[in-house]
Ligand binder design. Sequence first.
Ligand code: ARG
Length: 398
Amino acid sequence: MRAKKVVLAYSGGVDTSVCIPYLKHEWGVEQVVALAADLGQGEDLEAVRHKALASGAAQAIVQDAREDFVYDYAFAALRANALYEGRYPLATALARPLIARILVKCAQAVGADAVAHGCTGKGNDQVRFDVSIGALDPKLKVLAPAREWGMSREETIAYGERYGIPAPVKKKSPYSIDFNLLGRSVECGVLEDPWAEPPEEVYSMTRSVADTPDQPTYIELEFERGVPVALDGTSLSGVKLVGELNRLAGENGVGRIDMVENRLVGIKSREIYECPAGVVLILAHQALEALTLPREVSTYKRGVEDTYAQLVYNGLWYSPLRGALDGFIDFTQQRVSGIVRLRLHKGTATVVGRKSPYSLYDGDLATYSEGDSFDHKAAEGFIYVWGLPTRIYAQVRR
Ligand code: ARG
């Protein structure tokens, strides 16, 4: 017996469903508590709950975690402009530490001695779950049946049928999809060939450019201390704002990302992402930072951002490093408040305006017209000193 009572991260899919009888009958677990987190994936979670019970769970819980997800995870990463390998806004990666936190809290509340997830042994998500759970409650056991059971997909389905878990009825999509409010991640099927263009069917949050409106959509995003608070002049909760932005950007075909990335476990994989709101928010936030952060802070922050993105991707959300970086980022965001105007059109988002009460842009210094306050004479001495090392080097070489 590996554990008496287990809280399982449950999605309603075949793998996590099969985990329930597997834990009970192969690993001797007495009670499985299935826990599904609502991260804005827009599924019928009541049906998911019933499926867990039908699959043999002693208890099935659905928890609405959308607000925590947006404010504590997505917006924290936004303030860091976190893009893995410069492109992926980390929608899947950010959800894992939150699910881990919910699992651990639930395990503590129901007196479970272990938690479980349905990850296989090849991906990043197993690392994120295991490391996060270990950080939150080092005594809790983590069970990962799908990492050990060695069943093919057909065998998994057959195993489930023995315990009353219906085989997927509709012709199963060839893709592996992860979905939440921040975006969608799609892999497998034809996408495994990095040369193959993704078929239109892999997308669901964004329109193909061919089907987008001819007229551009203009939007205004307001930030307070680096956090988005209003869209087009209307204050919105984070969850509503991200939802609305997904719709507007998606309609204009904004947010598709096709990339080959480096997994933590050493494998290169090809993934298609849709992150309409994520892409637009980071673009807007960067524009506001460009207006409000002093040059040296901007430059230094770029390095921090890359480290931050790697840390999130690599499952180190609950590490002291993130605390330290958040301390830095928090300080930088004190004046990142203001409004950014963007044009969404034919698959691209473009910043067309920005303003802030803390703007460091000085029109009198920047202007080429009358009223210029910059001391042109001072430039000469500056350039003499600035260029000195380069001139000396060039002289010595001749
Ligand atoms: N590559 C992404 C990450 O590691 C997404 C992983 C899940 N992808 C999926 N299609 N299920 O964060």
